[in-house]
Write a protein that binds this ligand. Structure first.
Ligand code: NI
Length: 230
């Protein structure tokens, strides 16, 4: 069910799987901390974040470490620096194996009914993007369920490009360049939107699909199925 694609909603999904740190995220630091999350309405979420000038500054290394720790604590899949009150162009995200499997299973179950949803879900290790840029590979979009740590308890159906290319600096000074599709592409688009002051409800074109996840689960049909049935 596409409802498994909940994003950041740790109450629904339980904690994330063990967080895997790839070399791109050099986060060994004895002073890691769990940061407070800004909620929708806070000015830091509404402004464009500033580019990072010095990738390897102490400030940025600490920020990345704390963001990874905070993301791990929430069980979410992605976090952008403005969400922890820091207006810098930094994003951390991952797609854990269990999440990727749930999405792939949901899509397999839906196959043949329509082609509106996410079509691919691959696991992605913890990745840090600094000053990221996204380019859609074509115009095709898909609807999928999103939530956000900055709108706790809420979910909605959000259209996103299905296929993108993104490019970003990594904390180690290398450049990350990837093509992504499906849920991976969705996560990157959601997180990078935070860097431009955009929250997912601002991308929605049907606000009847926006609400509290606890309420929307009441008819025991995944949100995506319900949307299509109604
Ligand atoms: Ni978010």
């Amino acid at each position: 069910m596409i409802g498994e694609a909940f994003y950041h909603t740790h109450t629904a999904m339980g904690r994330a799987e063990e967080v895997k740190i790839e070399s791109n995220a050099n986060i060994k630091d004895p002073h890691m901390a769990i940061l407070k999350i800004a909620r929708m309405g806070h000015p830091v979420l509404a402004r464009a974040a500033d580019p990072v000038e010095s990738l390897q500054s102490r400030e940025i290394r600490r920020l990345v470490a704390d963001m990874v720790d905070t993301l791990d604590d929430t069980g979410g899949v992605g976090l952008a620096a403005p969400q922890v009150h820091v207006p810098k162009r930094v994003v951390v995200f991952h797609v854990p194996e269990n999440r990727a499997r749930a999405i792939a299973a949901a899509e397999a179950a839906r196959n043949g009914e329509d082609e509106g949803g996410e079509t691919e879900a691959e696991a992605v290790p913890m990745t840090v993007l600094i000053n990221p840029a996204i380019e859609p590979l074509d115009e095709e979009t898909a609807l999928g369920v999103e939530g956000c740590l900055s709108l706790p308890g809420m979910i909605g159906m959000v259209p996103r490009y299905k296929r993108i290319r993104y490019r970003a600096d990594s904390p180690d000074g290398s450049v990350i360049e990837r093509e992504a599709s499906g849920f991976h592409a969705r996560v990157v688009q959601h997180e990078c939107d935070h860097l431009d002051g955009i929250l997912y409800p601002m991308r929605m074109d049907d606000l009847t699909t926006f609400g509290y996840s606890e309420e929307m689960g009441r008819d025991e049909l995944p949100l995506g199925e319900r949307m299509r049935r109604d």
